[in-house]
Design a protein around this ligand. Structure first.
Ligand code: SF4
Length: 125
């Protein structure tokens, strides 16, 4: 039988890999070979640690939980259009220099654009 920490780690990794779809609690425990009691305890622990969120869902006439990761790993696509990648000043840019991310208009504009897209996405859901 796997140790609790191993199981927590595996459960978290699995949940993160499901991305925005999430996974039914029962399905996860089946895949990890854990009992539902043990699984529920781990899910509550992960939720209390702020790593996942649980949402009640009716499945085949029974209430269960769907588990979602609270944070997803960044993908390369999320920074593909970052202005720093092709910036001619990147070698001279540093947080303490005169050319700095702190006062860079290109970076600020890019970040604001992402924030606007995120808030539009959240508004849709
Ligand atoms: S923060 Fe601005 S100046 Fe610095 S590398 Fe990025 S785009 Fe270039």
């Amino acid at each position: 039988m796997p140790k609790h920490n191993d199981l927590e780690q595996k459960a978290l990794q699995f949940i993160v890999n499901t991305g925005h779809e999430g996974v039914l609690q029962s399905e996860l425990w089946r895949k990890l070979g854990a009992s539902s009691r043990e699984g529920s305890r781990i899910a509550i622990k992960l939720e209390n640690r702020g790593l996942i969120r649980r949402e009640r869902e009716l499945c085949n006439g029974r209430w269960t939980y769907r588990l979602y990761p609270k944070r997803l790993p960044a993908s390369i696509n999320s920074i593909i259009d970052c202005p720093c990648l092709l910036c001619p000043d990147s070698s001279r840019c540093s947080p303490s220099g005169s050319i700095s991310p702190w006062n860079c208009e290109k970076l600020t504009k890019w970040l604001l654009q992402i924030a606007e897209q995120e808030s539009a996405t959240l508004g849709d859901s």
